[in-house]
Design a protein around this ligand. Structure first.
Ligand code: ZN
Ligand code: ZN
Length: 367
């Protein structure tokens, strides 16, 4: 007999009420609310549904400290059905990450660190010998489909005396593998203008709302730098990558004021910033963008359709009959909540998002 699951009275972000019927993990019907029945029916009144949330920047290799965590803790248990590990592993360990990904309930993809040692050390680009082109090309080839891009952390504490050189090598690797880059930005050197100049269409800048002095907005007026506007014209993608040190309310408010488009919201989550903040969870990071004045639809689109489009997997960003069910159920709660950024600045919001459950890979999991 077919396993049938009915989610009754779920609301999409455009306020449509529906029943969603899932059989053997596949969406077989989207009916008017109240029309569908089944043995396993859940009344989801007051809950929203979207396609499963996608977190484009996480650290999911638990063996590494500090930048590591358990896949399902930062995935399905917080409403995120798909995570993309942001360069925890290079060529040395990408196979191990893939093996553990295969055992998880969360979908996993990865950016391959251009340094073969990955985040085994936090200065992984301080020695150019660790950027082994041949090994990186081989790893990208061996893990095609799992590896969706290359990661290069281009900030002072990572590159040390190597300046812009690691990014030049990353660019060459991108041409050799035909994979886009995700570039972490932070303190100089190298200078942000030098970094942005090397990025091309579909490359990702993560941490674009960081509050460090080498960021993407001028320190006096808060205007976006010309290099940022030029990069956006070329089709460079902006990703939040909140993290412990990379999200500033002040900068996010400037970006909003200047109409810088919200592409993807990601957490840069790992054990410590999940347990002690300021990240906590995807829902918590999304709530910060609701606070900033983005609509619920814009916020949810940033973790669904926009991320799926970047991954070139549009099916992950939609709810459609015939597709594998890949859904997140969540609530928008009214009530005061204090939100803290990476600079220890606080804002008090009057509503927030809470993840309630997911349907993914044939299972219904509550958060
Ligand atoms: Zn980073
Ligand atoms: Zn990170």
């Amino acid at each position: 007999m077919k396993k049938r699951l009915v989610l009754q009275n779920v609301k999409t972000v455009d306020e449509q009420l529906n029943d969603i019927v899932i059989e053997d993990g596949i969406i077989v019907e989207i009916a008017q609310a109240g029309a569908a029945e089944g043995e396993h029916s859940y009344n989801c009144s007051d809950l929203y549904v979207s396609s499963g949330w996608i977190d484009l920047h996480v650290h999911a290799f638990p063996a590494f400290d500090p930048y590591g965590d358990e896949i399902d803790e930062i995935g399905v248990k917080q409403g995120v059905t798909t995570i993309v590990d942001a360069g925890s592993c290079g060529a040395d360990q990408i196979a191990d990450l893939r093996t553990s990904a295969e055992q998880a309930r969360t979908n996993v993809f990865a950016f391959l660190n251009i340094s073969r040692i990955g985040l085994k050390r936090v200065d992984e680009l301080s020695n150019l010998d660790w950027i082994d082109m041949e090994q990186a090309v081989q790893a990208a080839h061996d893990h095609k489909g799992f590896v969706v891009g290359l990661k290069a952390r281009i900030s002072q504490s990572v590159v040390k005396d190597n300046g812009i050189q690691p990014l030049r090598l990353a660019r060459i690797l991108s041409y050799k593998t035909l994979l886009p880059l995700m570039v972490h930005i932070g303190s100089a050197p190298p200078d942000i203008e030098e970094v942005l100049a090397l990025l091309e269409k579909n490359d990702i800048v993560t941490h674009y709302l960081n509050g460090k002095s080498n960021n993407l907005f001028d320190s006096e007026e808060g205007n976006p730098l010309q290099v940022l506007l030029d990069a956006l014209d070329r089709g460079v993608h902006l990703d939040v990558g909140h993290g412990t040190a990379s999200f500033s309310f002040k900068v996010a408010e400037m970006a909003k004021r200047h109409g810088i488009q919200l592409n993807t919201i990601s957490t840069d989550i790992y054990r410590r910033n999940r347990l002690d903040g300021p990240v906590y969870s995807m829902a918590s990071v999304m709530s910060k963008f609701l606070y900033l004045g983005y609509s619920l639809e814009e916020v949810v689109t940033a973790v669904t359709r926009n991320a799926a489009a970047w991954l070139n997997k549009p099916e992950l960003g939609r709810i459609q009959v015939g597709d594998f069910a890949n859904l997140t159920l969540f609530a928008v709660k009214q009530g005061h909540v204090t939100l803290t950024d990476s600079e220890d600045e606080q804002r008090v919001a009057d509503r927030y998002i809470e993840a309630k459950g997911v349907v993914v890979n044939g299972s219904f999991i509550t958060c």
